[in-house]
Write a protein that binds this ligand. Structure first.
Ligand code: NDP
Length: 484
């Protein structure tokens, strides 16, 4: 399980490319803090090469039949599945997430996206609209060159979730991973190339925010898809608006998980664990505001703590480990500062709250109870393993409180009353919702938020409309009547 550094920093026009003039980005293993290698951020020359190659490749790629495009994407999905273990180890080196998790949630999810959109590519058609003897037909066209910008929590998955629908629709892409996790997207590019993707169709360049900003500003770019925080989303959206570009924004969240008094406690606790501690809590859709009905709060907390004691915190490469480090020193410090704010505000620390005594960026899974709506830990996205339990008694009141946030990504409800489940979910402001479950993200289901949590949807047929545009053609069969 040794780490093999990437052959070079960037992947452009079908090959690895290096430019050591770019700023050094350390590859830091979150489980130890060790520097495993380095890549270089893109220089303006690298940015130009990537955009040029994407632009040059786009027309021919769009002219390739959808079936042929899809075949390449599906071949890439097969290669990813064949190499799942090696790719999962790489993802674990990049992010620190336990191998027990990356083996089933990262490369496999990327493969699902490539397979799903590969399957759809041949069926992307327009429609025929008869108007008497005249008619209109529509053509579903690619947008052109797309830019993908990724966050650090799911580097393989994010690269695939953006590449798959973009490429299926005939677009080309320049993808910039987070500087915190630069490695995995390069592997995705390499595998796509190995699957037969023409040179220039999918390019990866490294760098910090400024590299992303340069890509977004470029006139050759037709669409920008960002996965990141709300503050970055605002900047990227504004820059894209300047050029009237298409956007998909997958941004942050502070989602509610409501547990009613009739819920199955064991399942509700399981849901709360999935909603808060997978990937050490670094998941945008997490249900971090856990509203628990007052009458079951004690039983819920007791069982939650019992189950958290069973978490195996340790070496992420050991497959028995199921809770790993945070992605970086910086992220660990951000989360620690929120834990301190929770304590200072008077929330009751029920579990965890401290660093784990080992190297790397480990924090204990942490639970606060008696959290109130205006505490910072209840209002702001923490992006770490911190679960807040808030009390409630009344259905209408908890719905209003759940919706009283600028975010609107996900929401969950646990109850045995099926009418209540649908009634409550219908009123919650969120794009991705769960009843008696949490954080399932199958490629067949639309994923994304509203309000400040984002614009557009990833996955599912819904994302096709975000990576293509419709041209409509009016066909007159008779003579033209003009006023003069
Ligand atoms: P950031 O917003 O800090 O960064 C996201 C990406 O944008 C990075 O690649 C970053 O580069 C880049 N970037 C930063 N500034 C600019 C700019 N001005 N122009 C263009 N690109 C820029 O997010 P994090 O990486 O810290 O990820 C965590 C956030 O992502 C959380 O808020 C989380 O909720 C959200 N997220 C949302 C998901 C969703 O689907 N809704 C899924 C996963 C995460 P660099 O960091 O290299 O400087």
């Amino acid at each position: 399980m040794t780490f093999t550094p990437p052959a070079a920093s960037h992947f452009i026009n079908g090959q690895y490319v290096e430019d050591t003039d770019g700023p050094v980005i350390d590859l830091i293993y979150p489980a130890t803090g060790a520097v495993l290698g380095q890549v270089h951020g893109a220089t303006s020359d690298i940015i130009e090469q990537a955009l040029q190659s994407a632009q040059q490749a786009q027309k021919a790629w769009a002219a390739t039949s959808g079936t042929a495009r899809g075949r390449i994407l599906r071949r890439a999905a097969d290669i990813i599945r064949d190499q799942n273990r090696a790719l999962s180890i790489l993802e674990t080196y990049d992010t620190g997430k336990p191998l027990s998790e990356t083996l089933c949630a990262d490369a496999t999810s990327g493969a699902d996206a490539l397979e799903y959109f590969g399957g759809l590519a041949g069926s992307l058609t327009g429609e025929h609209i008869q108007l008497g003897e005249d008619w209109v037909y529509t053509i579903r066209e690619a947008l052109g060159v797309c830019v993908g910008i990724g966050a650090w929590n799911y580097p393989t998955q994010i690269a695939c979730w953006k590449a798959a629908p973009a490429l299926a629709c005939g677009n080309t892409m320049v993808f910039k991973p987070s500087e915190t996790t630069p490695v995995c997207a390069l592997k995705v590019a390499e595998i796509l190339s190995q699957a037969g993707l023409p040179d220039g169709v999918f390019n990866v360049i490294q760098g910090q925010g400024q590299v992303g900003a340069s890509l977004v500003r470029d006139d050759r770019v037709a669409k920008v898809s960002l996965t990141g925080s709300v503050p970055t989303g605002r900047k990227v959206y504004a820059a894209a608006a300047e050029g009237v570009k298409h956007v998909t924004m997958e941004l942050g969240g502070k989602s509610p998980l409501i547990i009613f008094e009739d819920a199955d406690i064991e399942n509700a606790v399981g849901g709360a664990i999935l909603a808060n501690f997978y990937a050490s809590g670094q998941v945008c859709s997490n249900g971090t505001r856990v509203f628990v009905h007052k009458t079951i709060k004690h039983a819920f907390l007791e069982r939650l703590v019992e189950r958290l004691r069973q978490a195996v915190i340790g070496d992420p490469m050991d497959e028995t480990t199921n809770f790993g480090p945070l992605v970086s020193q910086r992220q660990m410090e951000i989360v620690q500062s929120f834990i301190a704010k929770g304590r200072d505000a008077g929330a009751r620390l029920v579990y965890g709250g401290d660093r784990v005594a080992r190297d790397g960026f480990y924090l204990e899974p942490t639970v606060f109870a008696d959290v109130t709506d205006t505490m910072a830990i209840a209002e702001q996205e923490i992006f770490g393993p911190v679960l807040s339990v808030l009390d409630f008694e009344d259905e209408a009141d908890v719905i209003a409180r759940a919706n009283a946030t600028e975010f609107s990504l996900s929401a969950g409800v646990f109850t045995r009353d099926i009418s209540r489940a649908h009634r409550v979910i219908a009123q919650l402001q969120a794009g991705s919702c769960f009843i008696n479950s949490y954080n399932d993200a199958p490629v067949e289901a639309p994923f994304g938020g509203s309000k400040r949590s984002g614009v557009g949807r990833e996955n599912s047929k819904a994302s096709i409309s975000h990576y293509s545009q419709v041209k409509s053609v009016y066909v007159r069969m008779g003579d033209v009547e003009a006023p003069f």
